[in-house]
Design a protein around this ligand. Structure first.
Ligand SMILES: Cc1cc2nc3c(=O)[nH]c(=O)nc-3n(C[C@H](O)[C@H](O)[C@H](O)COP(=O)(O)OP(=O)(O)OC[C@H]3O[C@@H](n4cnc5c(N)ncnc54)[C@H](O)[C@@H]3O)c2cc1C
Length: 402
């Protein structure tokens, strides 16, 4: 990717300028979903004001591990692979494929280096039972159009000689990879501003008030920087999505978890592909600056906003133990630091996306694997908001009112 664009970028003066009194679309939340949506709506020529209570990209979108999860992962699996579960997984793989296609061209679209690399991804199995899961999931993935291969024995050992030689098998997905989460959201915001979007940081939405039919606007937002009225409102509040929707009497099937990530000292580069585990919590990759990022869903301590989530040593130790089991060379690499962020998920792992039928004009953009799927989900919502008559753009099972 070549570009002279360096995101040194967001004009703080403009972000702190007075809040407009009215806007067509107000977006709550300046994470990846909010900023990507601001960009895609602005591209359609729709007037947008994005309101972020802190700075852009400070929560999940700036604290995640930056992995593209295109093959089926541990968190998507249930105990029994029934026919309906197979159908669900197949639908999810198709969504993941759509996201892969978007990521293919995103640096070109935004004319920026986002650190996108398609380096392939391994999913490892330690037991025969886990190997069977790899084979079952490969069959679903291949039928849905995603290329994955299962390797065992000497074939596995020669393909990935650095992985523990006694693993029962690995699945390899050539499309997987990663991007730099510190760049993607802010770059979307920058490009949205160029197209006319207004971004306001340090602007907390305190109250959502639906307006009656006599008003030309549908909602008034009371914020820490004054009031703003809008025709259409989008809640892209990440872990705070449910809290915001509750003000309008809408409940979401959501949960929250603090997640923990470890970073090691640099080591001579050898690990081109991301590594995950089909039976234990692990994602592992070597970054362009040669450090290893080790995560995969180990919990950190829940705190109420504005406190940051803090770490459990048990998570650091547990996560690193799985990493060393799978990639033995890590036993000689020192852990340098850990961080955590807050992750929001839906109980059915589907996005919450679209316009509420109960509260017309009110939209939600939320998705659990939000770094991988966020840009695609935001673009889909922008397409719907551009042509609301076309209800089929968003699958029914993503309904905001479910
Ligand atoms: C440690 C960790 C690792 C992860 N790793 C991966 C990964 O490798 N791959 C992957 O695909 N996904 C990963 N995820 C998930 C992914 O990061 C999230 O799904 C995604 O970033 C969600 O983006 P978002 O914009 O919805 O939420 P956020 O980035 O949390 O943004 C929501 C924003 O809304 C703002 N807000 C909330 N309430 C208000 C209010 N009242 N007024 C104004 N603003 C408000 C918040 O300040 C915040 O900035 C990970 C998550 C974590 C925490």
């Amino acid at each position: 990717m070549t570009s002279s664009f360096l995101p040194g970028y967001l004009d703080r003066k403009e972000n702190l300028a007075d809040l407009p009194k009215v806007t067509d679309v107000a977006i709550i939340g300046g994470g990846l979903l909010g900023t990507a949506l601001a960009y895609y709506l602005s591209k359609f020529g729709i007037e947008v004001t994005l309101l972020e209570r802190s700075d852009l990209n400070r929560e999940a979108s700036g604290t995640n591990a930056g992995s593209f999860h295109f093959q089926i992962a541990l968190h998507q699996l249930t105990k029994n692979l029934t026919e309906s579960e197979e159908k669900r997984l197949s639908d999810e793989v198709k969504l993941q494929l759509d996201a892969a296609i978007l990521w293919d061209t995103l640096e070109k679209e935004l004319d920026a280096d986002l650190g996108v690399h398609f380096t392939g991804g391994f999913m490892v199995a330690e037991t025969e039972e886990e190997l069977k899961v790899l084979r079952d999931k490969q069959s679903i993935e291949n039928k849905a159009g995603l290329e994955t291969h299962v390797l065992t024995g000497d074939e596995m050992r020669s393909f990935a000689p650095y992985l523990a030689p006694d693993l029962s098998g690995i699945a390899y997905c050539p499309r997987e990879g990663h991007a730099n989460p510190l760049l993607v959201g802010p770059t979307y915001a920058f490009r949205a501003m160029e197209l006319g979007a207004k971004i306001r940081t340090n602007c907390e939405v305190l109250k959502i008030e639906p307006l009656d039919n006599a008003s030309p606007y549908r909602f008034k937002l009371k914020t820490s920087r004054g009031d703003i009225s809008c025709n259409r409102l989008v809640n892209a509040g990440g872990a705070w999505t449910a809290e915001l929707s509750a003000q309008l009497g809408i409940k979401h099937p959501m949960g929250l978890s603090g997640l923990h990530v470890n970073v090691t000292e640099p080591h001579e580069f050898f690990l081109k592909s991301m590594v995950q585990h089909i039976g234990r919590r692990l994602t592992l990759k070597q970054t362009p600056n040669n450090t290893f990022i080790i995560g995969g869903g180990w919990p950190s301590r829940t705190e109420n906003y504005p406190r940051r989530y803090s770490n459990y040593w048990a998570s650091a130790a547990g996560n690193v133990a799985v990493a060393v089991r799978v990639l033995p060379i890590l036993k000689d690499v020192r852990l340098l630091r850990v961080w955590s962020g807050v992750w929001a998920y839906t109980k059915d792992f589907k996005p919450i996306l679209g316009e509420s039928e109960k509260v017309p004009g009110y939209h939600v953009a939320m998705v659990p694997t939000g770094f991988t799927l966020g840009p695609m989900v935001a673009r889909t919502l922008a397409e719907y908001m551009h042509s609301p008559a076309n209800k089929n753009i968003i699958p029914k099972e993503f309904s905001v009112d479910r």
